[in-house]
Design a protein around this ligand. Structure first.
Ligand code: G6Q
Length: 545
C-alpha cells in the first residue's frame, strides 16, 4: 500500500509565498486598468486546444500572476503527479487505488498497466459488448419478454451512476434516437420512481441498474421496486433477463439480485463514480446516441487528456482553469465558482460539475493527514444562460461577494431559429463585459440619473470570468469539456495536496441513516440513543407517519 510521506506544507512553498505577496498588488488593480495598459490583452490571454478556446483575459491576473501560478504548479509537482495518474499509480492513497478514468478513453493499442495487467484491452472488450447490446436495443433486435420491442430505457443509479448519464443524455439529446424514451431514477424518494414509470408499459421497458458496488441503498431499493413493478405485468421471474441489465464491478451482488451476469457490463475499482460517465455507466448514453457517437465522445475525452498531459502549462487549458480557481479561492476569498453554460442542452452540466468538483476537492486534510491551513475546493453552482440572468446574476454583478464565472458558449446552434442564437451569444459577451468593466458613477450620472439613485446603478466591475467557446456541441465537444474540468479539478487537488479521489465525507450520514431506519420502522418503541434534537424529530415522525 502506498502511504503518505510528509510533504512541505503548501504555504511554505516559494511560489505560494510569492503569490501571496503578489496578490496584494493585484487586489488594488481594476480590470479596466489592465485592459487599458495592454490593448492586446484580450487576444494574448487566451489559449486554444482541440477546438476549445479559452479567453481568460477577464481575470484579475497579470503576466506575473500567471508566471507565478505556473511556477506553483511546477513546485507542487503537477507534472509528476499527472504522470503518476496516467501511468496507473495508486494516487488515491486512502483507498489504495489507481485513478484511471483516462484509460476508459485510451485508444486500442495503447497500454496502461495496473497491478501487472494492461487494462486497455479490457476497456475495449467492455466497449464492444456495450456496442453490441446498444445496437440490438436501438434496432429493435433486443425484444422484451413478450416479444415486444424496447421503447423505454430507464437508468437506475445515484451520484456518479446517475449524474453523468443524465447530463450526457440531456447534452446529447440532439443526437439521440428519438423513438426511444429515456428516464433516470436516482432518489430513494418513491416519487422519483413513481413519476418515472407512471406512463410506461413494462413490456417495452428496459432497466439499466447502474451501481459500481451494487449495494447502494437507494439504487437497490429502486431496482427492487422496478423488478416488482415489471413483474406485476410480466408475471414470471424469467422476464428479468430481458428487462434488466446491470452495470457494476460486483458480479456476486448482480447475480444475487437475479440478473444474469451475461447481461452485466463491468468496470473496475480504478474508475471513481464521478469519473465514470465514459465507462459502462454510460450505457444509457450509448443506447441514446449509438456506439459511433459514444466513440466520438471518448475521442473527445482522449484529445483533452493528451493536451493536458503534454501541452506547456502556460497554454494548458485544464491547468490554467485549475490554477485560476486556486488563485481566487486562496487570495481573493472567493467561495464559489459559477458555471454558466449558454446552451439549453447543457442544463445539467452545472449539477454534474458540482459532484465532480465538490466531492473531489471538498477535503480538509492533506495527503499526509494534516489539517490544511488554507482553503480547498470552492462551491460550484450554476444554471444555463440566459435564464440565470433574470434571477441570480444580480448578486454576481452588484453583491458583495466575488464570484468567478465560467461562461460556456458555441459558435453554432444545433437548433437554428431566427435570431435566437445571436441573441444568446450576445448575452454571453455582454455579461462577461459588464462583469469586468461595470459602469462608473460618472457614466451613470452622464445618463441623467438623479444623484440619489447613482450609487444604486453603479456597477463596480472587476468581476472575473473565463469564456469558453467551441464550434458546436457534439459528442466529441462534450468529452473535451468534461475532461477539461476533470483535469482542472486534478490540478487544484495537486496544489492543495489532497486526495481528490476518495469520498469519506458521504459515509457518516449513510451509517446513521441505516441505524435510524430501523428506529423509524420498529414496531415497539425503540430505545433512542441520539442527541435531544434527533431524538425528538424521530419521535415526532413516528407518531405522525
Ligand atoms: C462518486 C461517489 C458516489 C457514487 C454513488 C453511487 O464518486 O462515489 O456518488 O457514485 O454513491 O455508488 P454506486 O455506483 O456504487 O451505487
Amino acid at each position: 500500500m502506498q502511504t503518505a510521506t510528509k510533504s512541505t506544507s503548501l504555504v511554505e512553498i516559494p511560489a505560494w509565498k510569492a503569490l501571496k505577496a503578489h496578490a496584494e498588488q493585484v487586489r488594488g488593480t481594476h480590470l479596466r486598468d489592465l485592459f487599458a495598459q495592454d490593448p492586446a490583452r484580450g487576444e494574448r490571454l487566451t489559449a486554444e486546444a482541440e477546438g476549445i478556446f479559452l479567453d481568460y483575459s477577464k481575470n484579475r491576473v497579470t503576466d506575473e500572476t500567471l508566471k507565478l501560478l505556473v511556477e506553483l504548479a511546477g513546485q507542487v509537482g503537477l507534472r509528476e503527479r499527472t504522470e503518476a495518474m496516467f501511468t496507473g499509480q495508486k494516487i488515491n492513497i486512502t483507498e489504495n487505488r489507481a485513478v484511471l478514468h483516462v484509460a476508459l478513453r485510451a485508444p486500442k493499442g495503447e497500454s496502461i498497466v495496473v497491478d501487472g495487467e494492461d487494462v486497455v484491452p479490457e476497456v475495449h472488450k467492455v466497449l464492444d459488448k456495450m456496442a453490441g447490446f446498444a445496437d440490438r436495443v436501438r434496432s429493435g433486435a433486443w425484444r422484451g419478454h413478450t416479444g415486444k420491442r424496447i421503447k423505454n430505457v430507464v437508468n437506475i443509479g445515484i451520484g456518479g451512476s446517475d449524474l453523468g448519464p443524465v447530463m450526457a443524455y440531456e447534452a446529447l439529446k440532439h443526437y439521440s434516437q428519438r423513438d426511444l424514451t429515456f428516464r433516470f431514477i436516482s432518489n430513494v424518494d418513491g416519487t422519483d420512481f413513481a413519476e418515472a414509470v407512471q406512463d410506461l408499459d413494462a413490456t417495452e421497458t428496459l432497466f439499466l441498474v447502474a451501481s459500481k458496488t451494487f449495494t447502494t441503498q437507494e439504487t437497490m431499493t429502486n431496482a427492487r421496486s422496478a423488478r416488482e413493478w415489471a413483474l406485476k405485468t410480466l408475471g414470471d421471474e424469467s422476464a428479468v433477463a430481458k428487462h434488466f441489465v446491470a452495470i457494476s464491478t460486483n458480479a456476486t451482488e448482480v447475480a444475487k439480485f437475479g440478473i444474469d451476469t451475461e447481461n452485466m457490463f463491468g468496470f473496475w475499482d480504478w474508475v471513481g463514480g464521478r469519473y465514470s460517465m465514459d465507462s459502462a455507466i454510460g450505457l444509457s448514453t450509448m443506447i441514446a446516441i449509438g456506439p459511433d457517437g459514444f466513440r466520438e465522445l471518448l475521442a473527445g475525452f482522449h484529445a483533452m487528456d493528451v493536451h493536458f498531459r503534454t501541452a506547456p502549462l502556460e497554454k494548458n487549458l485544464p491547468a490554467l482553469l485549475g490554477l485560476l480557481t486556486v488563485w481566487y479561492t486562496e487570495f481573493f476569498d472567493a467561495q464559489t465558482v459559477a458555471i454558466l453554460p449558454y446552451d439549453q442542452y447543457l442544463k445539467r452540466f452545472p449539477a454534474y460539475l458540482q459532484q465532480l468538483t465538490m466531492e473531489s476537492n471538498g477535503k480538509h486534510v492533506t495527503l499526509d493527514g494534516e489539517t490544511v491551513s488554507y482553503q480547498t475546493g470552492p462551491i460550484y453552482w450554476g444554471e444555463p444562460g440566459t435564464n440565470g440572468q433574470h434571477s441570480f446574476y444580480q448578486l454576481i454583478h452588484q453583491g458583495t461577494r466575488l464570484i468567478p464565472c465560467d461562461f460556456i458558449g458555441f459558435a453554432k446552434s444545433l437548433n437554428q431559429l431566427g435570431r435566437h442564437h445571436d441573441m444568446l451569444m450576445a448575452n454571453v459577451f455582454a455579461q462577461a463585459e459588464a462583469l469586468a468593466f461595470g459602469k462608473t458613477a460618472e457614466q451613470v450620472k452622464a445618463e441623467g440619473t438623479a444623484d440619489w439613485l447613482v450609487p444604486h446603478r453603479v456597477f463596480e466591475g472587476n468581476r472575473p470570468s473565463n469564456t469558453i467557446l467551441a464550434d458546436k456541441l457534439t459528442p466529441a465537444t462534450l468529452g473535451k469539456l468534461v475532461a477539461l474540468y476533470e483535469h482542472a479539478v486534478f490540478t487544484q487537488g495537486v496544489v492543495w495536496n489532497i486526495d481528490s479521489f476518495d469520498q469519506w465525507g458521504v459515509e457518516l450520514g449513510k451509517v446513521l441513516a441505516t441505524k435510524i431506519l430501523g428506529e423509524l420502522e420498529a414496531t415497539d418503541e425503540p430505545k433512542l440513543d441520539h442527541d435531544s434534537s434527533t431524538k425528538s424529530l424521530i419521535q415526532r415522525y413516528r407518531s405522525s407517519k
